[in-house]
Design a protein around this ligand. Sequence first.
Ligand code: 5GP
Ligand code: ZN
Length: 115
Amino acid sequence: MTDTCIFCKIVSNDVTATIVYRDEQATAFRDIHPAAPTHILIVPNKHIESVNALQAEDEQLIGHLFTTAARLAKEEGIDRKGYRLITNTGIDGGQTVFHLHLHLIGGQRMRHPMG
Ligand code: 5GP
Ligand code: ZN
């Protein structure tokens, strides 16, 4: 937990969000500015700044974020038609919140190209 991180505050319930899933390792909540009908952010409960800060000990946790994404995609009813999972890293990657997160985006055909 860092005092200034908005996602740490959502994990600790100090900031309100529409939480769709939570367990000991991860929290998932709806993006405040959805880019598609389904736009969920899946974050580790512990503060990890970005992919750059990952350690070998985080490998199980990262796998858990993906299996959580798969389950939520099913719950949202977008698993069969498909969806996009995005992790922006650093300024050039478009990261604006420096607490690692997966964007789960779906419910429409993706239009914008990579890059
Ligand atoms: P990034 O640009 O770092 O990949 O993604 C950050 C995402 O967090 C953005 O899509 C933005 O809309 C979302 N976001 C930023 N602040 C908040 C917030 O306070 N609550 C929620 N639910 N989403 C947020
Ligand atoms: Zn954080």
